[in-house]
Design a protein around this ligand. Structure first.
Ligand code: ZN
Ligand code: ZN
Length: 506
């Protein structure tokens, strides 16, 4: 049996994820993202590489999670290119995609940038979404006989991996995934015994090994934040609009009696970020609480079972975040006394995070918790020169302290290998990563697993004969009994839930 995989986006790049899978003339599309770095034709997946008529043959679009590089091209595909396929995603993905896509339309308009679809296109597109639950096993397509199952991906709230099985062959698409928990979301997991023929894996950090001792580094970071506010300093935490705040709040709660910050005002930029925060609180069943229990609550209630995570308490912290509106609250920036502010955008290029940095960075009392990808000296010199150009005074001193955020939201090399070893696929296709990284890792992975590995470029069509290939490891190649596996998997999930509820009642 031969399957075809054509990468229309995220081939040797990060951005506009979109992969067309064809099994015996039946077509499924994984994700339909947009590239945040482009405004030209490279912004959306390379649909022009497909022979005409193929878009009409797609039977289902499976969206793994709400990030822009996975969903940003969806209204373009369904409303502008009129692709008639059914769209599947989980409920949090739908809710946050709606927020994100509408925000994209509005901000494009505000900045006079082109956006090919409108707010009503977003609504029409999302009207056709069929929502999936975690651990669901459904059939899609016409006829309705292609099996699709969802498994937990970590990485983003509502994020799933898709397992697709048809005509005796199967593919697991990872979306973005993380093999370790950030304290807010759990680690990715698929049931033991699930053995896809082909694994399509993201490889963003495939050449990175996360350093050991994360727990200790988190403790040090939280300690620095607490000491800063205890000394009446202010803490600026630049964040992207979605996701990051919740991870950081979990981290703070994990290492802290929540009372330590009881009288410290904590703010979050109002608008998109605060709305997204409410969504995260609403869908708390996707966070680690349900699966691992709450250490803090159990300790308070005298329960015996202990987990490192106290996610329920981080929800208390999240609920207490006050909205920060630039026009109403700007005076707070100059007020004396401690304060913590989560401010967008994460890259501090413009907006509230950048403007607050200009004010707070002059005092050694204050702290900026920099996103890992930003270099302090680069930000400092850019801000210095901007202030200098605007005020024509001498260069301002950047005297605040800075520390780096700890962020593990993609699997590192170790994590990808662990997943590959568990599922023992006959072939691995690497996407969603920088070209050189993927090319080097492809060789290494192929040698380690003893199966063919690929890192296709945009537009490249892979034909993989799954009947000819052997599994890595000791996989017996038996057909996956999906309903048995998902039932087993769901019962593990619900036993975690029962344990959690039992623990808090005791
Ligand atoms: Zn993502
Ligand atoms: Zn991504």
């Amino acid at each position: 049996m031969s399957i075809e995989i054509q990468v229309l986006g995220a081939g040797c790049e990060v951005g506009r994820s979109c992969i067309l899978l064809t099994i015996k003339d039946r077509r499924i599309l994984f994700d339909c993202g947009a590239h945040p770095g482009f405004e030209d034709e490279d912004r959306f997946p390379a649909f022009q590489k497909l022979p005409s008529g193929v878009l009409n043959e797609i039977e289902a679009i499976l969206v793994s999670h709400y990030h822009f590089d996975h969903v940003g091209g969806l209204p373009y595909l369904t409303e502008i290119l009129s692709c008639p396929a059914a769209v599947y995603m989980t409920e949090p993905t739908e809710e946050l995609s709606r927020l994100l896509l509408k925000d994209f339309v509005a901000t494009s308009k505000g900045r006079n940038q082109s956006c090919p679809y409108t707010e009503s296109d977003v609504e029409k597109c999302l009207e056709r979404v069929k929502t999936l639950q975690l651990g669901d096993q459904v059939t899609v397509g016409t006829p309705n006989d292609i099996s699709v199952a969802t498994f937990y991906a970590g990485h983003a709230i509502g994020g799933v991996m898709f397992f697709v099985q048809h005509a005796g062959t199967s593919v697991l698409y990872s979306g973005d995934y993380c093999m370790s928990s950030d304290g807010h979301l759990g680690a990715a997991r698929v049931p033991f015994g699930l053995q896809p023929d082909v694994f399509i894996s993201e490889g963003t950090y495939c050449n990175v090994l996360y350093p050991e001792g994360r727990f200790r580094r988190e403790e040090e970071l939280v300690d620095t934040i607490v000491k800063t506010v205890q000394n009446d300093g202010k803490v600026l935490i630049p964040i992207p609009a979605l996701g990051k705040t919740q991870g950081i709040c979990s981290m703070i709660s994990k290492h802290l009696e929540s009372s330590a910050l009881a009288n410290i005002p904590i703010y979050i930029t109002e608008g998109f970020a605060s709305k997204a925060n409410m969504s995260h609180i609403k869908h708390s069943e996707w966070t680690v609480t349900r699966k691992l229990g709450c250490w803090e609550c159990e300790r308070r209630q005298g329960g015996k079972k202990r987990s490192r995570f106290n996610d329920a308490c981080s929800h208390e912290l999240l609920k207490n975040l006050r909205p920060f509106h630039r026009n109403e609250h700007w005076n707070l920036v100059y007020q004396k006394g401690p304060m913590i502010l989560f401010a967008t955008p994460g890259n501090m290029s413009t907006g509230v995070s950048c403007d607050v940095f200009k004010v707070w960075s002059s005092s050694p009392q204050n702290l900026v918790v920099m996103p890992g990808f930003l270099l302090t000296n680069v930000v400092s010199s850019r801000v210095s020169s901007e202030v200098l150009a605007a005020t024509d005074t001498s260069a301002p001193d950047i005297r605040c302290r800075t520390v780096n955020q700890i962020s593990h939201i993609h699997s590192d090399k170790r994590g990808i290998l662990r997943m590959c070893r568990q599922i023992q696929a006959k072939g691995v296709v690497l996407v969603h990563g920088e070209k050189q990284r993927l090319t080097e890792f492809k060789k290494e992975l192929g040698q380690t697993l003893g199966v063919p590995c690929y890192a296709p470029e945009i537009g490249e069509l892979l034909r993989i004969d799954t009947g000819e290939l052997k599994r890595s490891g000791f996989g017996d190649g038996r057909r996956n009994n999906l309903s048995e596996l998902t039932t087993k998997w769901r019962s593990v999930l619900s036993s975690y839930e029962r344990m959690t509820k039992g623990g808090s009642n005791s």
